[in-house]
Write a protein that binds this ligand. Sequence first.
Ligand SMILES: *Cc1c(COP(=O)(O)O)cnc(C)c1O
Length: 351
Amino acid sequence: MQKINFNAGPAQLPPEVLHEAAQSVKQYKKTGMSVLELPHRGKEFLEILEESKTLVKKLCGIGHEYEVLWLQGGGRMQFCMIPMNFLLAGKNAGYIDSGHWSHEAAEYAMYYGNAQILASSQDSNYSRLPDWPQIPSDLAYLHVTTNNTICGTQWHSIPKTEVPLIADMSSDIFSAKTDYSRYPVFYAAVQKNLGAAGLALVVIRKDMLGKTPVILPPMLSYSMQAHENSILNTANVFGVYVSLLMLRWIDARGIDAIEKENIRKAALLYETIDNSTSFKAHVTEKAHRSLMNVCFTAVTTEVEQSFLAMCEKNNITGVKGHRSVGGLRVSLYNAVTYGQVEELVDLMKSV
Ligand SMILES: *Cc1c(COP(=O)(O)O)cnc(C)c1O
């Protein structure tokens, strides 16, 4: 029996997507081959790739001024590639440290060059967003993490800035309406809202490609990856295919409807926590709360343990907090239904 999966990533995928992916593992269309056997430079995969790129641009409301890349190495590889491509000698990059991932992104950049943390909420255990700092106008780029997966905060709006904004959208891409054209570069590890682990979606404005240094090994260069249409080496054919199925699923629903549902799911869960005597929200500032990852604690470790055991008994999994912070966390990505949140909330009320 399929469990209700509230894990933060790899996350729940819609049953329709799993079904179609499973069919295609047996045979892709009428090719007589599994999707796992498709040549990465063959007609079928090129069609998968083209449709995925078209759908990403459609869903983001952006045009041919952007390139869409599917790169291996997940989110962290992007923590490396961004400074390698854009943090050149003599330049500074700014990082907004609103959570564990943003912190790690800044640390990775420090291997390559002059990366500065301009604002941090680490001293509050990332239970709130930092105040937006003064942004030096000569930065090579400013890096933000739009949703903080581990501690459950989210930037619901990001102040205007003159410097190029680079965003890690791993845990909230396509979850709500947003102006993607503000970001010359944005990226997402796909295992949260967008598919099977092992890939990152990277969307990059073409003028940024001109800034990448020629001395980089091609695999690590955005301009070379764009030049080679993300198939510089053997592509992750299956990963891109599953992401395409997710993109079709998102497109069929529409971002407006997805956003409404995400707001409804999060409201139900936060309301339950706020009205409960057994649980307490990690993020008290309501305007900072994430719609995607809801972090909370139980009043005692006994209550936490018994609640986790209750969840498992009721076929609900993925409610334990990240290993670095403990407590409880429920991820409400697009594939999670309102009905599943209702089931969880009923259990919480019975604690
Ligand atoms: C999950 C996550 C990552 C890391 O992804 P990996 O693919 O495991 O490297 C990076 N940033 C954010 C915001 C995430 O949620």
